[in-house]
Design a protein around this ligand. Structure first.
Ligand code: ADP
Ligand code: MG
Length: 625
């Protein structure tokens, strides 16, 4: 409990004890009215002074109506009816409800931050023979750091020395340990479990995985869900209406039916108390918040509750191919050399690797890995990426063009042979075709099963957009039984296609786009929900996306959809339950069967029950059948 909660609790207890002692006292002794009012009033002030203060301030600012105002009016009325005890009770129980809500909100916020208490405090920087503890921000690319067992990996890098197991649970929710050894890339935020690791840092702290995650978390809940906003707006109109209605309940029977003032004042007050919208106002955001933090535990970061709402109605998912459905790790199948007089196969690979060395595309990274040698940056000049087609520039002062058939045709390079085996990269030097590299990229593991699960949770349409050749796109699509596939698309054409899909969707359906951010950041932005791959994903992807899958596992998308549906269901349950219950009490009230007591208890009770219901639902684990 924090300080505010503690002080509120103390006030509730003090005020409650005063009431109890006084009631016991008044059983044995006769108390005069003056003392009675005095004691009740003190206990009323202790527990409710902040509500009174807030209401007066609201009225002063002409912002009259919120739930606190309702409660305040109700207590004033109760005093008027000489129901002093009830007046205190209204505040007392209202505050118990407040306290409960407050604890629930703080608890659900804590869950998010504790699921992600991953900010690294320090890095052990290796300098010659000594090791120094420094701020991770001070470490440069290519520096060497040491990570001891039990420490959190502060920066992304490649293992140079040692071997160990990494606990990835706070990043991806994956409970299996990951075994790493020399040459493996490791990501920040994971925890080193067993051996000592020496790693060469590959990214500055600002660009590291852990920083990306933290940035995402800090921006969570900026975007409120529709239901949440609806409830807020509803409360704004609703509360003044309730006050008006209570007023009418009071005066109409008196004027037209000659009813007794005290009877109808009491009924009006009961109505006021029952109509308090607290349960809705609080349980909806709490449900969404818990769902966001539950997703975070599974390694799915959701940037706002609106995306949960949209995920719960997804009917179409559009995938990018490379890095999303495939692993994005190409292997060189074949190198073909056309101009054998001047170049051999090794030359072809070297020139292509040099040309690609500055790019971020999975093809570029894979080629450089296949080449395997250090790149001398002095040998390359004027490198320009041609998005969705390839790259141009100068290598050893000779003009070089690397890319797909489309690019070669556009640049007037002739004599190219295409191969069906895989994705082909063609190389032209000084505008002459020199050779090709054939690459293949494997589909992700268990892809078919995961796509099946997506259908199980209600997705009707699985679509793939790719810049790759038609035969490859269609081969992939057939293999994993997609509903439709569009190939040979340039980045802007992918956006156009997605836009068409978005235009054709029905109301109350949403379209999700899943990509790695390489050549598809715009698509991530325009989709109803843009889902990015957290690990292979670029910074642009992290920026543009609405949901990030921290370990690039599409299974987590299924988890996110399940959680979103759960959230939606809980919210509906809670809304229905509170409206139904309050309606019932109201009916009894109108017939004269209830008193203020019942009204107060039912109001607070409903709030607490809806909150408990939300917690119950989000405690459950998600099982993928
Ligand atoms: P995808 O839609 O599969 O993610 P991209 O739109 O990123 O693919 O790229 C489409 C095609 O453009 C690739 O299949 C490849 O032929 C070519 N291409 C893109 N980037 C490069 C590059 N850096 N080097 C060579 N070819 C590239
Ligand atoms: Mg791509």
């Amino acid at each position: 409990m924090n300080v505010c909660q503690k002080s509120l609790m103390k006030r509730i207890i003090t005020s409650g004890l005063i009431l109890v002692f006084f009631l016991i006292f008044s059983i044995f002794h006769k108390v005069n009215d003056f003392l009675k009012i005095y004691i009740f009033f003190i206990s009323y002030l202790i527990v409710g002074y902040d509500i009174i203060f807030k209401t007066v301030k609201n009225i002063w600012n002409l912002k009259i109506f919120d739930e606190k105002t309702l409660m305040f009016i109700a207590t004033v009325g109760a005093f008027f009816l000489k129901q002093y005890f009830e007046a205190v009770l209204i505040f007392l129980l209202y505050q118990v409800g407040e306290l409960f809500q407050n604890i629930a909100v703080v608890k659900s916020k804590d869950q998010i931050s504790s699921a992600l208490k991953i900010r690294p405090e320090y890095a052990n920087l290796k300098q010659y023979d000594s090791v120094k503890k420094v701020d991770p921000k001070q470490v440069c690319v290519e520096d060497v750091i040491v990570i001891k067992p039990g420490e959190r990996v502060p920066l992304d890098g490649v293992v140079m020395n040692g071997g160990s197991f990494l606990d990835m649970s706070s990043i991806s929710g994956e409970s299996n340990l990951l075994s790493v050894g020399i040459g493996d890339e490791i990501i920040s935020g994971s925890v080193n479990v067993s051996g000592v690791l020496e790693i060469r840092v590959k990214k500055k702290y600002e660009n590291s995985t852990v920083k990306k995650i933290l940035d995402l978390i800090e921006n969570v809940s900026d975007k409120k869900s529709k239901t949440e906003n609806l409830i807020k707006r509803f409360a704004k109109i609703y509360t003044p209406c309730v006050v008006l209605a209570a007023f009418l309940i009071l005066i109409i029977p008196i004027i037209f039916l000659g009813g007794s003032f005290y009877v109808w004042l009491e009924r009006a007050l009961i109505f006021l108390v029952i109509s308090c919208p607290c349960a809705l106002v609080i349980s909806v955001p709490i449900s969404f918040f818990l769902a966001v933090s539950k997703s975070a535990k599974y390694g799915v970061l959701i940037k706002g509750s609106i995306f949960l709402e949209l995920l719960s109605i997804v009917k179409t998912i559009v995938f990018d191919k490379t890095g999303t459905l495939t692993k994005g790790k190409f292997t060189v199948k074949k190198i073909i050399c056309q101009n054998i007089n001047e170049f051999d196969e090794q030359n072809v690979l070297e020139i292509v690797a040099l040309a690609e060395s500055k790019l971020n595309h999975p093809i570029a990274k894979s080629i450089c890995k296949a080449y395997g040698k250090q790149i001398n940056l002095d040998r390359i000049k004027n490198i320009r990426e041609i998005y969705g087609k390839g790259v141009s520039g100068f290598v050893d002062d000779r003009e070089v063009l690397v890319g797909n058939l489309k690019l070669m045709n556009e640049c007037g390079i002739n004599g190219i042979k295409e191969y069906d085996l895989g994705t082909s990269l063609h190389l032209a030097v000084d505008k002459k075709f020199v050779g090709s590299i054939i690459l293949t990229d494997d589909l992700k593991d268990n892809l078919k099963e995961v796509l099946g699960k997506l259908r199980d949770v209600g997705v009707l349409n699985l679509v793939m957009l790719t810049g790759d050749k038609k035969n490859i796109g269609e081969y992939v699509s057939k293999k994993i039984s997609l509903d439709s596939v569009f190939c040979e698309l340039l980045p802007f054409e992918k956006v156009e296609k997605l836009q068409t899909i978005l235009n054709n969707k029905k109301v109350n359906e949403s379209v999700v786009f899943v990509g790695d951010g390489v050549n598809d950041a715009a698509a991530l932005k325009i989709a109803d929900v843009g889902v990015a791959m957290g690990q292979v994903g670029s910074d642009a992807a992290m920026e543009a996306c609405d949901v990030a899958l921290m370990d690039d596992d599409l299974k987590k998308l299924v988890v996110a959809i399940l959680i979103s549906k759960e959230a939606k269901k809980t919210v509906k349950q809670n809304i229905f339950f509170s409206l139904f219950f309050k309606g019932l009490i109201f009916l009894f009230g109108a017939l004269g069967f209830t008193n203020i007591w019942v009204a107060i208890f039912s109001d607070v009770g409903v709030s607490i029950l809806t909150i408990l219901n939300a917690f119950r639902v989000f405690k459950k684990k998600v099982y993928l059948k």
